[in-house]
Write a protein that binds this ligand. Structure first.
Ligand code: XIL
Length: 441
């Protein structure tokens, strides 16, 4: 049996391949708040593979996460219970390696917490208590063709430059449920395994979207009951499949159009606006530990679409719907960079509603004719920097993801060079400025 040492809240325990931290820590959930957040730190040394941490409450697994093999890491886990009180949370640590040592420490209780079902008002991030970790930088990763799966330069470019992975396509409904009732997790699983093996977080994307739907959804007129049942099954199956392994999900993607109206989709047509609240509730039931996001483009700047999105988030929260964050896609075109303070104001608009915010899909496309031009590349770098400085300044901004690993492959077209790494995977100035912005949190 491989040896390991672990401590929870600085208490050493006997080690084994699986380390059970016997001394359970109590978590207080105060009256009226059905949820709290357990914030911890871990420091791993001498490990080559990511150790796995599991938290257990009343015999139920509430969190399961791969830790970074070497570094100090800040972790936060929601604890959701039916009644206020004092609960014991047990930690289990798994490592197969003799040399691997992990220390766990308690940082704080309270503050950001997900909504518990059936309570009227969700408890969401208290800015004072939100964990102060460096903003993780993420990238969308493509996995459809074998060439991406086997391209080691691509893998290295991702693993050495980013901390979080969003599947660019393979978690969309056309991939996960190509035929009614037949789920295919092959591509998505291999991507999630790739992330776990490399100690990367995963953003799930996207549960309910009007695009990339399978034919069996789009080729039929649905009754309310029938489509509700299908959607519930889909969301619970997918989120349940990744329970404890996916930190946050885009639950509803692009549900408001640019005029501020509900977007036409098979879901809106058959279910009306209820599909959004239901999608969040089903996802929360399937994984109470995942943070659930509403994601959209063109909602960062002021306008009717942002107004409508703010109103929607307010309404969902007032109804006790478990929504924990708003994702701003930020697919931009190159131009004059906005002031960081301006972007900060945009982010605050959402954060002030009591939810987290993330930049989820940023890219900045340059007109192909100017793609070598220093002035345009500098503008691009500064646009990224403004967004990064703003995110860093807003404590509820918890992740910054760009929509692709490098300019070699991007949905905007390689000629527009919209990403942080060049076609040959070199870091661009935009990358350095984004990292620089995150250095000071
Ligand atoms: C895009 C992918 O990048 C493309 O490869 C695919 O063909 C279409 O979808 N908003 C979203 C993403 O939420 O899922 C989209 O991704 C880009 C716009």
């Amino acid at each position: 049996m491989a040896a390991a040492t672990a401590a929870l809240f600085a208490l050493p325990v006997n080690a084994g391949a699986t380390v059970v931290v016997r001394k359970a820590k109590t978590v207080k959930v105060t009256a009226g708040a059905p949820a709290t957040l357990l914030t911890m730190q871990s420091r791993a040394a001498g490990c080559t593979k990511p150790p796995r941490l599991t938290l257990v409450l009343k015999g139920r697994r509430i969190a399961h996460q791969a830790l970074r093999p070497r570094k100090l890491q800040h972790l936060s886990f929601p604890v959701v219970v039916k009644h206020a009180g004092t609960y014991k949370v047990k930690a289990r640590l798994r490592t197969g390696e003799r040399s691997c040592r992990v220390r766990l420490g308690l940082a704080a209780f309270g503050g950001p917490a997900p909504a518990a079902r059936s309570k009227s008002s969700p408890v969401l991030p208290d800015p004072m208590l939100a964990p102060k970790r460096a903003v993780p930088l993420g990238a969308a990763v493509e996995w459809r063709s074998l060439s991406w799966q086997t391209d080691s330069d691509y893998h290295r470019a991702f693993t050495s430059n980013f901390e979080s992975l969003t599947p660019e396509n393979v978690m969309k409904m056309e991939y996960l449920e190509p035929e009614r009732g037949e789920f295919d997790f092959n591509y998505a699983d291999s991507l999630v395994d790739f992330a776990a093996k490399n100690g990367k977080e995963v953003r799930g994307h996207a549960l309910v979207w009007h695009q990339q739907l399978p034919k069996w959804i789009t080729s039929k007129r649905w009754s309310r009951d029938e489509l509700n049942k299908e959607l519930e099954l889909y969301i619970k199956t997918v989120v349940g499949h990744y329970r404890g392994r996916i930190a946050e999900w885009d639950v509803a993607n692009e549900v408001i159009d640019n005029h501020g109206n509900w977007r036409e989709s098979p879901f809106y047509e058959a279910l009306g606006e209820d599909f959004v609240a239901n999608a969040f509730r089903w996802a929360h039931e399937a994984d109470p530990g995942a943070k659930l996001y509403l994601n959209d483009f063109d909602i960062e700047f002021d306008g009717v679409k942002a107004d409508k999105t703010v109103a929607l988030v307010k309404k969902l929260r007032a109804e006790g719907v478990p929504i924990h964050g708003v994702g701003l896609q930020m697919h931009w075109d190159e131009g004059a960079p906005p002031a960081p303070a301006e972007v900060q104001r945009w982010l605050r608009r959402y954060a002030d509603l009591g939810v987290e915010v993330q930049i989820t899909e940023m890219d900045v496309a340059i007109e192909p004719a100017y793609n070598q031009h220093p002035e345009h590349l500098e503008n691009q770098a500064k646009q990224y920097e403004s967004a990064a400085i703003a995110c860093n300044a807003v404590v509820q901004c918890t992740k910054f993801t760009v929509w692709g690993v490098s300019d070699k492959y991007t949905w905007r077209g390689s000629q527009t060079v919209p990403l942080l790494l060049t076609e040959s995977y070199a870091r661009k100035r935009a990358y350095e400025l984004v990292r620089g912005a995150f250095a000071s949190r």
